[in-house]
Design a protein around this ligand. Structure first.
Ligand SMILES: Cc1cc2nc3c(=O)[nH]c(=O)nc-3n(C[C@H](O)[C@H](O)[C@H](O)COP(=O)(O)OP(=O)(O)OC[C@H]3O[C@@H](n4cnc5c(N)ncnc54)[C@H](O)[C@@H]3O)c2cc1C
Length: 346
């Protein structure tokens, strides 16, 4: 590669996606990560690309909606370029309705969704009997079925992006000097550095544990029940996640908190009972103090950029984040929502 236009530090979903959009637009890109692609939070199992509830609309929800709409062409292009599937499919999601109050709310959202989702996807209340075997236990007898939610396989998505970047001539290396414009997408590592430098918590890691079951559900919607994501993947597995732990002694330790998540999943969807657990995994979600993504000028490195704070929805937000960060770095076009500015967490 002759000269580098963009150096990206961190090969998680943020760094790789931004590198991908920059390379797609013709920039010469290097991605630097001493641990390799998908070594951090992005190397997980779950991959629920799910929207926020359709009400109290704000910039974050609108941004996420745009990102979910961008996801299909984004991942199709990645797969076509690199030849590796990220396991993306927009198969929707089912959520059980617990009582009459929740039923009324779900019906009200059936109406608000028409304008907020602009006819691009549905949110409908359906009798659980209509759904068949792959249906969550539902005390009120109804489920919410949305057609916006998609799934992809996080670890494979990182591999798919790496292959696509390599196909475009980008370099992914374990170390290299800065060259061209520099963006830091190093997740919890940068949040710790920022917190040290500013003498307060700018962000932190929130531990999550998840599991993978051998269970071939076929092409069915994912389920969100009792605060658990049940995500059927294309390869005959079902991911179950996740715990959410602010206090922990070991970020990688798997413990009984994951058994509780698995119990809740099986109670919500008895058909999973007895399925073999083939992997247990733990990672740290990068959470900014503002809880929103942190995008823009890097607070510690003048002239350089940051993309961090993916927290629980980093994969869902990645296509749009990649677009706005490429706009900023390549075209000096700044469409970052005010709530996503790094200053909001300082
Ligand atoms: C259990 C669990 C379940 C989740 N489920 C979902 C889900 O269903 N849907 C969803 O959208 N999101 C989900 N998330 C959140 C999502 O995984 C994160 O938001 C996302 O992975 C963050 O990506 P990132 O690229 O910012 O960080 P990371 O993936 O952590 O990447 C940071 C990278 O920086 C590298 N690095 C560190 N220091 C340096 C350095 N000095 N120089 C260069 N590189 C460095 C690391 O090696 C790492 O590869 C989940 C997270 C967890 C833990």
């Amino acid at each position: 590669m002759a000269s580098i236009d963009i150096t990206i530090r961190g090969a998680g979903i943020f760094g790789l996606s931004i590198a991908w959009v920059c390379a797609r637009r013709g920039a010469k890109v290097q991605v630097v990560d001493p641990n390799g692609p998908g070594a951090g939070s992005s190397g997980g199992l779950v991959g629920a690309l799910a929207p926020h509830v359709p009400e109290n609309w704000n910039a974050k929800k609108a941004f996420q909606f745009d990102s979910l709409m961008l996801a299909e062409p984004f991942w199709r292009d990645v797969e076509a370029t690199g030849g590796v599937s990220p396991g993306y499919a927009r198969l929707g999601r089912l959520q059980p309705i617990l009582d009459d109050k929740a039923l009324q709310l779900a019906r009200a959202r059936e109406v608000s969704v028409r304008s907020l989702w602009q006819g691009a996807a549905d949110w409908s209340v359906r009798p659980v009997a209509e759904v068949g075997n792959w249906a969550p236990a539902s005390p009120a007898g109804y489920v919410i079925h949305d057609t916006l939610t998609a799934r992809m396989h996080p670890r494979r998505a990182c591999a798919a992006l790496s292959a696509a970047l390599t196909a475009l001539g980008a370099q992914i290396v374990s170390e290299a000097a800065d060259a061209g414009q520099v963006l830091h997408a190093t997740g919890v590592y940068d949040l710790a550095e920022l917190s040290r430098a500013f003498g307060k918590t700018v962000g932190n890691g929130v531990k999550g544990q998840a599991a993978l079951l051998r269970f071939n559900a076929g092409e069915v919607p994912q389920i969100f029940a009792d605060a658990v994501h049940i995500v059927p993947h294309a390869d005959g597995t079902v991911a179950i996640g996740s715990t959410s732990e602010r206090d922990f002694s070991d970020p990688n330790k798997i413990d009984s908190a994951l058994d509780d998540v698995l119990d809740r999943a099986t109670r919500a969807l008895p058909v999973l009972h007895g399925a073999e657990v083939i992997e247990r995994w733990a990672g740290l979600r990068p959470r900014a103090r503002s809880r929103a993504p942190m995008l823009g000028d890097h607070p510690l490195h003048p002239g350089q950029f940051i993309a961090n704070g993916g927290f629980k929805i980093g994969f869902g937000m990645a296509p749009k984040i990649a677009q706005v960060m490429a706009d900023l770095m390549l075209d000096r076009k700044d469409d970052i929502p005010e709530d996503f500015r790094p200053e909001k967490s300082l």
